[in-house]
Design a protein around this ligand. Structure first.
Ligand code: 6PG
Length: 242
């Protein structure tokens, strides 16, 4: 299901509304809300909206558990850190218990960080399937999502929940959740804005199935809802009547 919004502001409000609705439903029915945040720039304004009224009062923050779909392999105070961005835009401004914020640990190697995060996730979901209530994902112009980059081994990973990745074009190591884990989610929502994403969005939605070239095509919730929240510029090449 693709929902098209006039501009990034409307798109961000839609994403914040989705977060609030899903959080209220999950906490009311199961006592907690597990959300996987994406990194990059697109979600920043969504987080800023959630940190202010009316969302600040709408979301049952005491029941929210925050995780990340991927992280750059950098110290927590590095400006490239996805967790640092989310703390500055959202988490430092809402009454979410610190123990319910679960960033990717920064350890001696990317692999050790990935292994430790997987242990954390397996312990958190020990009583049932690893089913996030909401997963936010972004889309890179090269078709990556989370840190599932074209041509990397993480794209082919089917057993591990978390994998380390070396992104040659950025000379940067990253840690990412794998597609099999993401696809266990109850709801996956891509948030895509800007004309620079128009070509890749059409590839993902209308092109041939080619997940090694376009890893975002790996994302297909096994037993969950799937949403694309996009702005008009990103959707300009998509056949809206398909
Ligand atoms: C990251 C993200 C990544 C991001 C896309 C889109 O760590 O960079 O998780 O997958 O979502 O690269 O990034 P923008 O929103 O900045 O375009």
């Amino acid at each position: 299901m693709i929902r098209i919004y006039a501009d990034p502001e409307a798109l961000s409000h839609a994403a914040a509304d989705l977060f609030a609705e899903e959080a209220c439903h999950a906490v009311e029915s199961r006592g907690r809300f597990t959300v996987l945040l994406s990194g990059g720039e697109t979600p920043r304004h969504v987080f800023e909206l959630l940190a202010g009224k009316p969302y600040l009062d709408r979301v049952p923050w005491e029941g929210v558990h925050v995780f990340w779909g991927d992280e750059r392999y950098v110290p927590p105070d590095d400006p490239r850190s996805n967790a640092l961005m989310a703390r500055g835009a959202l988490l430092d401004h809402v009454p979410l218990p610190a123990a319910q914020i679960h960033p990717v640990p920064y350890r001696f190697s990317p692999r050790e960080s990935a292994v430790e995060y997987e242990k954390l996730l397996r312990a958190f979901f020990a009583d049932g399937p690893p089913r996030f209530d909401l997963v936010f994902l972004g889309l890179g112009t090269n078709g990556h999502t989370a840190s599932l980059f074209p041509g990397t081994s993480a794209v082919d990973e089917r057993e591990r929940w978390v994998a380390e990745v070396y992104v040659a074009e950025q000379d940067l190591h990253r840690v990412t959740l794998t597609a099999p884990l993401i696809n266990q989610a109850a709801l996956v929502a891509f948030i895509v804005a800007g004309g620079d994403k128009a070509k890749v969005l059409r590839e993902v939605l209308e092109g041939a199935p080619d997940p090694r070239r376009i890893p975002a095509k790996l994302i297909k919730p096994v037993n969950g809802r799937f949403l694309w929240l996009v702005d008009l510029e990103a959707a300009e090449l998509v056949n809206k009547y398909a």
